[in-house]
Design a protein around this ligand. Structure first.
Ligand code: FEO
Ligand code: CA
Ligand code: CA
Ligand code: CA
Length: 594
């Protein structure tokens, strides 16, 4: 049963799957196929993937590792051609490389497996399975070495200059790309999230500490082959300042230079989703995914013009930047950290968007506009923003304009020395996360005030009473934990992918649908589950086409080369020594009606 009993993509919720299973589960009547896997060749000169003869050169011509943000943009009227656009957040060397592969080559392969990929898709007819087209004209790889243009007020500032780029205007590569969004003018936005782990820094300044930059070897050790990842040197002290942005990529033009927008601030950007306000300004909603960090919005200076794409491509270069402050409407004494609803029956209240930059000028005493945009977290600290339980995807509904914020979890809420529960983050040691619903004043996305309420307080209601599903009967919902990426279908239902359910509720992560209006509001139904150790990314809901796409990220990441935890997506029998790759390959999957 779907929305009011009728829905375009009906399904019966799957049974939640134990977290130890290595299986991809879809509802009855649906089938699934991987469209493209890590290592599949996409550019001219690429060769079929062979795990035992990997080189950086081959990787740079092939699909990258660990896709997160995903979109499928149909490009012809017949519905038989499309562009698949995906970022590559990070790598899992422990399960990627055979023993004996040269250590330096491993570092280079890892750099080439990061970034972004665009590949053309084709199929025989709508509703059918998509296949990718090797060496198609729009295919492209962007890696940890690709030049990006820095735009906006901080571009060219002293804070962004390095020995290799004394202009402070061109940064090499993108890393840690998490979620993202597709703009009305057809570009892809992607958030540079956990960039700090790629640097060995001094870790001494307040700014470096606030971003988690530390005096320890980087996670992957790229500083051994590229001096810019050693930020202890005077030459590259500013290199980390060139990461942590929203990047914009035009998938229709493989020769275009991608951008990093300083106007949208520097933080551990989860992603950005754009909506055109009624007055024509474009508004981007953005989360900073760290415990006790903030929710942001950007309002463009210029206005969207559907007939002037060239100008739209510059809309995110300039605008105002805000951070959210939430106020609850229930007495603080009724917010006891357990998640019990207050006496008004709602976790709700109003909120303010506090300006950090307005009309090109800093709104923070003692900070220049460049400092606000490069050290955005410190500016937001001074502005008195509300500490949230890890804002992941933030997405406006194309149907209602309401904005949804996935707060994934925060195990430290209310622990010693940390901020206690408040009405927008009402559970201490919040394992399961929640979803905030925001209604901008008068429906105006450029507004400075809003109303908010929690629409879902997640968890397994069978064992956790402190859960809430917009008042829907708890015994009829699928258990859900750690909401991460969000998407909408054409009917305005919210789709939620999760990352972390194995540790919180001992179930595989998955994809869930929840209607937001009518009698079915709050009825969470699980659509699919992803294999062991994987997180569900994407998602892309083409309900009118009978298709759903997800990126299966880091399947089997807790395993080893010798003892894989997952064999997804091909479940090949045999051994690596025989030339069959047994281990997992992150892949983009199409699920469709059988
Ligand atoms: Fe990369 Fe916030 O998840
Ligand atoms: Ca991820
Ligand atoms: Ca209340
Ligand atoms: Ca995420």
């Amino acid at each position: 049963r779907g929305t009011a009993g009728r829905t375009i993509l009906p399904f019966k919720a799957i049974t939640p799957v134990a977290s130890t299973e290595d299986t991809f589960v879809v509802p009855q009547g649906y089938t699934w196929d991987p469209i493209i896997r890590w290592g599949d060749p996409i550019l001219p000169g690429g060769v079929p993937f062979d795990v035992n003869s990997q080189t950086a050169e081959k990787q740079a011509l092939a699909w990258g590792y660990n896709n997160d943000y995903t979109d499928v943009i149909v490009t012809n009227k017949a519905g038989t051609k499309a562009l698949l656009c995906c970022n590559n957040e990070y790598v899992n060397p422990n399960i990627m490389f055979p023993p004996g592969l040269d250590a330096t080559e491993q570092l280079k392969i890892a750099m080439a497996a990061h970034g972004f990929g665009i590949v053309e898709l084709e199929r025989s007819a709508p509703g059918e399975k998509w296949t990718y087209v090797p060496s198609a004209p729009k295919n492209r790889r962007i890696t940890a070495s690709t030049p990006f243009k820095l735009t906006g007020p901080a571009a060219g500032s002293d804070l962004l200059k390095t020995a290799a780029d004394p202009t402070g205007t061109v940064a090499l590569g993108t890393i840690g790309n998490c979620s993202g969004g597709t703009t009305p003018w057809g570009t892809i936005l992607s958030g540079e999230e956990n960039f700090n782990g790629y640097f060995h820094a001094t870790g001494t300044s307040a700014e470096e500490k606030r971003y988690g930059l530390a005096d320890k070897p980087s996670t992957y050790g790229w500083e051994a082959i590229e001096p810019r990842f050693d930020a202890r040197s005077a030459d590259y002290a500013n290199e980390p300042n060139r990461f942590g942005y929203i990047v914009e990529i035009d998938p229709t033009d493989p020769t275009s230079m991608p951008k990093k927008h300083t106007s949208m601030g520097r933080l551990k950007h989860e992603g950005a989703n754009v909506i055109v306000a009624d007055n024509g300004h474009v508004v981007a909603y953005m989360g900073d995914d760290e415990r006790f960090d903030y929710l942001y919005k950007f309002v463009s200076k210029g206005r969207y013009n559907p007939t002037d794409r060239r100008r739209n491509l510059t809309l995110l270069d300039e605008g105002d930047l805000y951070v959210a402050r939430f106020h609850g409407d229930s007495p603080a004494s009724e917010i006891d950290g357990t998640g019990t609803l207050p006496s008004d029956g709602q976790f709700d209240g109003y909120g303010q968007w506090i300006p950090l930059v307005k009309n090109g000028r800093s709104q923070i005493a003692g900070m220049s506009v460049e400092q606000v945009l490069v050290y955005t977290r410190l500016a937001a600290d001074k502005a008195g923003a509300t500490k949230m339980d890890r804002c992941e995807d933030v997405q406006p509904s194309p149907k209602t304009g309401k904005v949804y914020v996935a707060c994934t979890n925060n195990s430290q809420r209310g622990t010693t020395g940390k901020a206690p529960a408040d009405e927008p983050n009402p559970r201490n040691t919040n394992r399961d996360g929640h979803i905030v619903e925001i209604t901008e004043d008068d429906g105006d996305h450029t507004s400075r005030v809003f109303r908010w309420n929690l629409v879902i307080v997640a968890g397994d209601p069978a064992v956790n009473g402190a859960t809430y599903f917009a008042g829907y009967p708890k015994d009829k919902v699928s258990p859900i934990s750690c909401p991460d990426n969000l998407a909408f279908d054409s009917e305005g239902n919210l789709w939620i992918s999760t990352d972390g359910a194995p540790s919180s509720i001992q179930k595989l992560d998955g994809l869930f649908k929840v209607p937001l209006a009518g009698p079915e509001r709050g009825h969470v139904q699980q659509f699919l589950a992803v294999p062991r150790d994987a997180e569900t990314c994407g998602p892309v809901i083409h309900d009118r086409d009978g298709s759903v796409f997800v990126a299966v990220q880091h399947p089997g990441e807790e395993g080893t080369w010798e003892a894989p935890n997952s064999y997804f997506p091909d479940y090949v029998e045999g051994t690596a020594a025989e030339g069959d790759f047994r281990g997992p390959r992150p892949a983009v999957v199409q699920v469709r009606k059988a």
